[in-house]
Design a protein around this ligand. Structure first.
Ligand code: RIB
Length: 309
């Protein structure tokens, strides 16, 4: 059995429509179809871990409604332990309104609902999961104070902390940054967090160094079709990704994060873990939706074995 991964984060029902171009302020446009697909960055990352063979527990909060039930079914089908997920009697399951344009890019508005109830007290009640796991993976769609609590507790227990800073706040406190083993922003997020422009690899590296100086151990920047860039005190390395026909990039970053942590939990080194994550997310962008797009382990293994020959 591989190491245990604790994912803490949001669960949403994604309401997705396809548009030609994104609407601008004041504009009304027509969308094509409406799909309901389980999503939420926390749930998607847990789904990726479970789908790719990791040993995963998800902490978060859903409502006692049909969207919550669909989320539970989706996660259980992908081997995620959801037995400690909170079910709120006060709030509805979170919702995300998603437009996907003709290039496969998306715009997302999240209505947090029950995600707002992932409080410190609930996390304190789950301390056994903090103690039993080896890796804690977080994103930023639950209350900030809960994220900070989880990072401090995981660090105190000597666990590896991975923070996907999405959606990115304007900044993160130094005493939090210094407890992060892997910070995994995209280019927009690292630009915001470092307060620097990020237009090319040199600027990615400069922005990463600002955060390294504040104590983050590794920056792993996802750059869409350009791949990913790892920056730490020893190296700056860019890992290209497979060329595919992207139809929907929703949850590609979530898939990357989940896959990366699965590979780390199996003892893979950085290079192997990033290549594994790049393959998993390159499959995800060829499919529609969030959890519906996340591949199974066999699919990633097939590509890995083809590349090895
Ligand atoms: O990262 C994609 C996710 O962001 C969607 O599933 C949506 O729910 C939002 O959380």
């Amino acid at each position: 059995m591989s190491n245990k991964i604790l994912v803490i984060g949001s669960c949403n029902m994604d309401m997705v429509t396809q548009v030609e171009n994104m609407p601008v302020a004041g504009e009304t446009i027509l969308g094509s179809g409406l799909q309901y697909i389980p999503g939420g960055k926390g749930a998607n990352q847990a789904c990726a871990v479970g789908s790719l063979g990791g040993n995963v527990t998800l902490l978060g909060c859903i409502g006692r409604d049909d969207f919550g039930k669909l989320q539970l079914m989706s996660l259980q089908n992908r081997n995620v332990d959801v037995t400690s997920l909170k079910q709120s009697s006060k709030s509805n399951t979170g919702i995300a309104i998603i437009y996907v344009n003709k290039y496969g890019n998306n715009s997302i508005v999240v209505i947090p609902g029950a995600n707002s109830e992932v409080g410190i007290e609930y996390l304190q009640q789950q301390d056994n999961h903090f103690k039993e796991c080896d890796f804690v993976l977080l994103q930023m769609e639950i209350p900030l104070e809960s994220i900070y609590y989880a990072i401090k507790r995981a660090h105190e227990l000597g666990k590896k902390v991975i923070l996907n800073p999405a959606p990115a706040p304007d900044s993160l406190p130094d005493d939090i940054l210094s407890k992060i083993d892997y910070l995994t922003p995209n280019e927009t997020e690292i630009s915001k967090l470092s307060n620097r422009p990020v237009e090319n690899i040199q600027e990615v590296e400069e922005a990463a160094k600002v955060l390294l100086k504040k104590g983050v151990k590794n920056l792993l920047i996802t750059m869409g079709e350009k791949g990913a860039c790892l920056v730490n005190h020893n190296t700056t390395q860019v890992f290209g990704t497979r060329k595919v026909n992207a139809v929907d990039t929703t949850a590609a970053g979530d898939c990357f994060n989940g896959a990366f942590v699965v590979a780390l939990s199996e003892g893979k080194d950085h290079k192997e873990a990033i290549e594994f994550a790049n393959i998993a997310s390159s499959i995800a962008v060829t499919r529609s939706g969030a959890q519906s797009s996340i591949p199974l382990r066999q699919e990633v293994n097939l590509i890995l074995s083809k590349e090895a020959n």
